[in-house]
Design a protein. Structure first.
Length: 625
């Protein structure tokens, strides 16, 4: 039995006190780091460090946190991910980002290096390659896949980047699953007609296991059990949230391992030898792990750590190949999070790093999962954050829709914008409207063609719920969002012209027709397919779902924020709404255009100025009447 001795350096568990007004900059300055990864032998930590217009990398010794090496690829270059390929070497995925809300611009450049900075190399076409298997028994090679006009599997030399083809599959886009002997067993991917296929290797041939339309069901093999005969399979029949099965490929008999009726899995825990599935992670309200192999020694260690941090959510970020060292993060809605290293041999968890050590959790506001029934009976999930020192009644409320909209969702955890607004006295409502990710393909598909109709109705229904519950003062409700959230912030006003006191659109879409011609989405074939799949089909419908074509229904104060260099939502979107409002004789009350910013502001001063102006705008229009 392990004895857990938790060293709580940097972890504050104090009771809530009356909230002070936290300086705006405390919420928006760069965290001390963004991610930590553990080397396979547990000796090194790779730490990504944001520095305003770039994200750099530092490698430290795990024991002493002694600096071993540093990497910096310049302005707007962000090391977004680190992959260890052996005990001394890792790959860095470097993307160009010009805005805070950019996922990434273009494909990643991939570079390799030893921990001490020696033997640096570019990996040619690395952005097109996804790692399938790091080949623990071969320090020089890994298996990678490429998905362009077909699916290819290569063996890649991690020192010089040279490749040789191992397998192909008849998919227009797709990837592979190999067994513990590195043999190709499955391929899964997409065809040009947007159908999703799963193929099984049978001798020298591929046989179809499953095929369905985009947004429908799927069968996704994840790996093999210790016998190397049974496969862990994530399955959805008709687009409902998927379940995890253990499947015999020969008989097709299966055993249910884990499921959640509301949400998709959003992570898993494998044993240190990568042969056994230990747990499946879900984000159903507050995140949790569903342990499917409770008797495994590593499962007991994981469960013990979860129990040792009762006021936090634990995310496990790596385990050494020998199973001794476990890297994990403890965080909550009020705590930005800290990383720890647990030594199973000594039973001790040692503090490593805090994301934002200047944030005091006892000054932050709790985030509560909520459930709302939409007008058509659909169940919606979301979150409500209320000021820490309020009684939760008759509050000014901000409807804060997320971006995306398809794929992303709002999640439980520390959110700087939400905490800033709550600290200033606002209740913040976040609802995962239909079309959001994480609730199954069928739920996401309900949003297709309906960006400005039923998706917005879901937001309105959530606001009505908050009013009926006595939480929100119906005369002091505003909307604020960024990207698709900026679109929704204005479209909610178009749909409900008398419900809101003010609205703020930040790098938002205001003309759906412009999405087909402007910005980086229509520049790519995948982007054009995306628009064709999710946008209203006719020009008339697109205009009907666009704020820029419906300014006659906007009769409340408007604030618009834009980065002049935004490539995802270009400034033409901002100008379309600005010009339409001005022509109608009701120009925006407040506008901010930052000449050097992109899709969301990076510069610290620009962020402070933005949120200071936002606070003044909201305060002006939600004052007690």
């Amino acid at each position: 039995m392990f004895k857990y001795i938790i060293v709580l350096a940097g972890l504050v568990l104090a009771a809530a006190v009356q909230a002070r007004e936290v300086p705006v900059g405390d919420f928006f300055k760069d965290p001390e780091f963004t991610d930590v990864t553990l080397s396979p032998n547990g000796k090194y930590l790779a730490v990504t460090v944001p520095l305003g217009d770039r994200t750099t990398l530092a490698v430290l010794t795990a024991a002493e946190k002694k600096l071993v090496g540093k990497w910096d690829y310049g302005v707007n270059k962000h090391i977004s991910r680190v992959l260890w390929v052996n005990n001394e070497r890792f790959f860095m995925y470097v993307t160009e980002k010009t805005g805070r809300f950019d996922q990434r611009q273009g494909l990643a450049d991939v570079y390799a290096s030893n921990v001490d900075g020696t033997r640096r190399a570019d990996i040619p076409n690395g952005g097109f390659l996804d790692v399938v298997d790091v080949l623990k028994d071969d320090d020089e090679h890994i298996l990678v896949q490429r998905s362009i006009e077909s699916a290819f599997l290569f063996k890649l030399n991690v020192y010089d980047g040279k490749t040789r083809t191992v397998a192909t599959a008849p998919l227009d886009q797709g990837g592979f699953v190999v067994d513990h002997e590195h043999k190709v067993r499955y391929a899964i991917g997409q065809m040009n007609d947007l159908k999703i296929k799963t193929l099984r290797r049978n001798g020298d041939e591929w046989e179809t296991v499953h095929e369905d339309e985009m947004g429908g069901g799927f069968r996704m093999p994840r790996g093999f059990d210790p016998s190397n005969k049974l496969v862990y399979m994530v399955v959805s029949d008709k687009g409902e949230p998927s379940r995890t099965l253990l499947v015999d490929p020969e008989s097709n008999k299966s055993t249910l391992l884990s499921k959640n009726d509301n949400v998709e899995p959003n992570g898993e825990l494998m044993s240190s030898d990568r042969t056994e599935l230990l747990a499946v992670r879900y984000m159903d309200g507050v995140p949790y792990y569903d342990f499917v192999n409770k008797q495994h020694p590593e499962s007991k260690a994981y469960a013990g750590l979860i129990n040792a941090f009762p006021k936090h959510v634990i995310t496990f970020r790596g385990i050494s190949d020998d199973g001794r060292y476990i890297l994990f993060r403890a965080a909550s809605a009020t705590d930005p999070g800290s990383f720890y290293m647990f030594d199973r041999e000594t039973g001790q968890a040692r503090f490593l790093l805090s994301n934002m050590s200047w944030i005091k959790p006892e000054e932050m506001a709790d985030m509560r999962p909520i459930k709302v029934t939409a007008r058509d009976g659909l169940t919606l999930h979301g979150y409500l954050t209320m000021p820490a020192d309020s009684d939760g009644r008759d509050l000014p409320l901000i409807l804060h829709p997320h971006g995306g909209p398809h794929g992303p969702r709002d999640e439980w955890g520390f959110n700087p914008e939400v905490q800033f607004l709550a600290n200033r006295g606002y209740a913040v409502l976040q609802i995962n409207f239909r079309g959001s990710g994480g609730y199954g393909n069928a739920f996401e598909k309900l949003g297709y063609r309906n960006w400005g109709t039923t998706m917005v109705n879901d937001m309105t229904d959530a606001v009505d719920w908050a009013i009926a519950e006595g939480i929100a003062d119906k005369d002091r409700i505003c909307t604020y969002g960024a990207s698709y959230g900026g679109y929704a912030a204005l479209q909610t006003v178009v749909r409900e012209p008398t419900k809101y006191a003010c609205t703020i659109g930040y790098v938002g879409v205001y003309s759906l027709p412009l999405m087909f011609t402007d910005g980086d989405i229509p520049e790519r074939e995948s982007g054009r397919k995306f628009l064709k799949r999710v946008m209203p089909e006719t020009r008339e419908e697109q205009e009907a779902q666009s704020a820029a074509y419906n300014v006659d229904r906007i009769n409340i104060p408007v604030m618009l924020v834009q980065g002049a260099k935004d490539r995802r939502v270009p400034i033409s979107q901002y100008k379309a709404l600005l010009n339409a409002l001005t022509r109608a004789g009701k120009p925006p009350e407040k506008t901010i255009v930052a000449p050097k910013e992109g899709h969301g502001f990076y510069d610290f001063k620009n962020q402070v100025d933005l949120y200071t102006a936002m606070e003044a705008f909201l305060d002006k229009h939600t004052a007690k009447r």
